[in-house]
Design a binder for this molecule. Sequence first.
Ligand SMILES: Cc1ncc(COP(=O)(O)O)c(C=O)c1O
Length: 414
Amino acid sequence: MHEALEKYGAGAGGTRNISGHNKHAVELEATLAKLHATESALVFSSCYVANDATLATLGSKLPDCVILSDSLNHASMIQGIRHSGTKKIVFKHNDVADLEAKLASLPLHVPKIIAFESVYSMCGSIGPIEKICDLAEKYGALTFLDEVHAVGMYGPTGAGVAEHLDWEAHANGKPRGTIMDRIDIFTGTLAKAYGCVGGYIAGSAKFVDMIRSLAPGFIFTSTLPPATMAGARASIEYQMAYDGDRRLQQLHTRAVKEELNARDIPVIPNPSHIIPILVGNAALAKQASDLLLRDYRIYVQAINYPTVPVGQERLRVTPTPGHTKELREKLVTALDEIWTRLDIKRTSQWAAEGGFIGVGEEGNVQEPLWTDKLLGVEQATKEIKAAGVPENGITEALLAREAHNTNRVMDVSA
Ligand SMILES: Cc1ncc(COP(=O)(O)O)c(C=O)c1O
């Protein structure tokens, strides 16, 4: 990234079709196509633009097409569908029965696109990708999957949840016949796990060419600067080759969830790295966020209506590989004190009322997508127990081992 900046400067040079096309764009797109095991990929200024431009173009060019959209889809997809001017049908979040009923109501000859996400960022739920692919096959629909909150964080090479679901096959380099292979269009961001900025689509060469040729959001805007594209590519390749950051993020997530649960602080259960902490009141959520920043120097935003329904207001935490024990303890202690100061409902109080959106609901345990097996928890637990570590110290002991491995890798790469 530094080399590209020194050599080419900060600017982008122009639009892709004029003078913004360069080897950095070509190399980044080749890396993205390799990541998703697709023929082709195309980079946009952001994934907001990628989603908007792709759905708008596809929806407007496929005659009489209908887009079936998950009710929790991101604003960029909603905007793209609106811009396409085509018919939209919203199905209930992650509800394959509702999706099937809606697909079945359409004549077979009507072109259909199912637009959905893999990790939904406000609640941490995971899209039923395989079942949606089954329905797409049955009813002749294209699949459009936004992996923005999953790329770099799930799967053996960080390609996202679709890759994660066929771990063994992908770890052995066999992408064909997998769930990932059944997705027509992937979209992702370079701005979250990959730490840069920009967005992209990946799919068949013909499809990508069609978007390249027709999407105004690709054609009529400057490309990304070479330094950004070089940085993004380096980041993706690093994450493809090394899964230590993903593992550490998941272990930190487990540790924070465990610590919050132990303190009766209400975590909305989910299988991902997102930690939504239920407050249930807009004013209180804002106050809790303000206190975290003012009194504890911790920056966690309140999520209020319209991002979530009224009454489901929450704080949302996403641990990173850098959130070590000291930082995690600081967060959990601060939240505990704030919950007492503001008299916010705890899990046991939600449970006494019969539970709410998974909090305090008996038996609502969600197996993490990064299972014990993938994280090597079972084997490590045996070894750690044999070394005499008490049961409640296992996540921390695992973390110490993982951090040790990460430091070793960093030493080697330095
Ligand atoms: C699900 C989803 N899709 C797309 C985007 C847009 O990505 P970008 O920040 O690259 O515009 C976001 C951004 O937060 C998102 O959450």
